[in-house]
Design a protein around this ligand. Structure first.
Ligand code: SAM
Ligand code: DTB
Ligand code: SF4
Length: 329
């Protein structure tokens, strides 16, 4: 299916998505940019800030992750943060122009004993006038409902890769577990943030499969983070023999296809920006990325930083915006 308008299609076939990946680069970017402009102001980028509220010691075996207790990354574990520390970091993020504050915990899922503190964090950040986002692992329906009631706007839970490649990356929770959590989040009325990681040795077909699954969800995710693998020493993916960095132009193609498949979603250029040139990031914005994480740090790894982002935005004539700048229906 060749798409030239921003109608939402929830029935993408794998071969149609692969065909988009295979277009001549200029045609692909033109199509993505055309669709992007039907919904968004192309010169505005939504900016989120991340804070790790519980670091390391995670029971899961995600092979990319610095925080898995099964990996041997050099990382200092930290227990669940106090509410005051979180609010202080949120105020700082707001001061630096961020509109959404995303709190991440290295858990398989939150425990009952932690819920009260998490809910206080949400209502506190919300009271500062920021959008709130959390990523805490799997959620029950009850937990999702409680977070919504406390004022949570977004919940991030990634599919990470295609269903076919998934077992090469994670074995301690299933693809279906992830889809179930997304159902709970959606049913609670929360905005869904879900995307994945590329550059983990997956094929183009896997990248197409991930994007097709996201686009074919009952409702397309409101925001779609596309992470480029950050290789962390001590993780199985860093040690994987023969794993090469994904071709940067293939990364741009992935962004463009995400934009075409999910015309009204915020496509976030997420992890991996620190090692991207200005030129590569510019191509990603031209391909339809319109959201980033700001700040010196993601959860445990370095990020591009405020100064270099300010200079990049100035060079490209981009403006930071709150996540509500949809210009057309
Ligand atoms: N523990 C929760 C979970 O897995 O749902 C929340 C935090 S987890 C760190 C959030 C996401 O960050 C992962 O799903 C993955 O997509 C991304 N991520 C983690 N480590 C990464 C890395 N080294 N490179 C790129 N993305 C990464
Ligand atoms: C997402 O998709 N990317 C962010 C956010 N959701 C939570 C996390 C990126 C983490 C990168 C590795 C780290 O800093 O630990
Ligand atoms: Fe744990 Fe999340 Fe890292 Fe997986 S990605 S090991 S669940 S913190």
């Amino acid at each position: 299916m060749m798409s030239s308008n921003s109608e939402i299609c929830n029935n993408w076939k794998l071969d149609e998505v692969e065909a988009l990946f295979g277009l001549p680069f200029n045609d692909l970017l033109f199509q993505a940019q055309t669709i992007h402009r039907q919904t968004f102001d192309p010169n505005k980028v939504q900016v989120s800030t991340l804070l790790s509220i519980k670091t390391g010691g995670c029971s899961e075996d995600c092979k990319y992750c610095s925080q898995s207790a099964r990996n041997s990354a050099d990382l200092e574990r930290e227990k669940l943060a106090e509410v005051d520390e979180v609010l202080e970091a949120a105020m700082e993020a707001k001061r630096s122009g961020s509109s959404r504050f995303c709190m991440g915990a290295a858990w398989r899922n939150p425990q009952g004993k932690d819920m009260e503190r998490l809910l206080t964090m949400v209502s506190g950040v919300k009271a500062l006038g920021m959008e709130t986002c959390m990523t805490l692992g799997m959620l029950t329906q009850h937990q999702a409902d409680k977070l919504k009631k406390a004022g949570l706007d977004y919940y991030n839970h990634n599919l990470d890769t295609s269903e076919a490649y998934y077992e090469k990356v994670i074995t301690t929770r299933s693809y279906q577990d992830r889809l179930d959590t997304l159902d709970h989040v959606r049913d609670a009325g929360l905005n869904v943030c879900s995307g994945g990681i590329v550059g983990m040795g997956e094929s183009r077909q896997d990248r197409a499969g991930l994007l097709a699954t996201l686009a074919n969800l009952p409702k397309q995710p409101d925001s779609v983070p596309i992470n480029r693998l950050v290789r962390v020493a001590g993780t199985p993916l860093d040690e994987m023999e023969g794993l090469e960095e994904l071709d940067p132009l293939e990364f741009v193609r992935t962004i463009a296809v995400a934009r075409i498949l999910m015309p009204k979603s915020w496509v976030r250029l997420s992890a991996g920006r620190e090692s991207m040139s200005d030129e590569l990031q510019a191509l990603c914005f031209a391909a339809g990325a319109n959201s980033i994480f700001s700040g010196e740090q993601l959860l445990t790894t370095p990020n591009a930083g405020e100064k270099s982002d300010a200079s990049l935005f100035a060079k490209l004539g981009l403006e930071a915006t709150a996540g509500d700048n949809v210009v057309l229906g």
